[in-house]
Design a protein around this ligand. Structure first.
Ligand SMILES: [Zn+2]
Length: 92
């Protein structure tokens, strides 16, 4: 089983490879079903990020992050920003 540190490492890889999520595999199950969502203030791009695996439904939530340049974001003020996010098990 992975831990939060492993997931944080994966988050760094994901941030470096925008749009190429398939090249990063899940630290828990090894499949390439990772999804990331930056939920931030549009003006500052600061907020939190959800990173999860759509196959095994593990992941993390990290607060006080800035969305990388060019990464798609969802507004923290929009209740629909978490629409479609599955109920995944979060490493604390
Ligand atoms: Zn997985």
């Amino acid at each position: 089983m992975a831990d939060r540190a492993a997931w944080l490492q994966v988050l760094g890889q994901v941030a470096d490879r925008q749009g190429e999520m398939g090249l990063v595999s899940c630290p828990d199950c090894g499949r390439d079903r990772l999804e990331v969502r930056y939920i931030v203030k549009p003006e500052t791009r600061i907020g939190y990020v959800l990173l999860w695996c759509g196959a095994c439904l593990h992941g993390i939530s990290v607060s006080r992050v800035r969305a990388p340049e060019g990464a798609p974001t969802w507004s923290i003020d929009d209740p629909a920003s978490v629409d479609g996010v599955p109920d995944f098990a979060r490493y604390e």
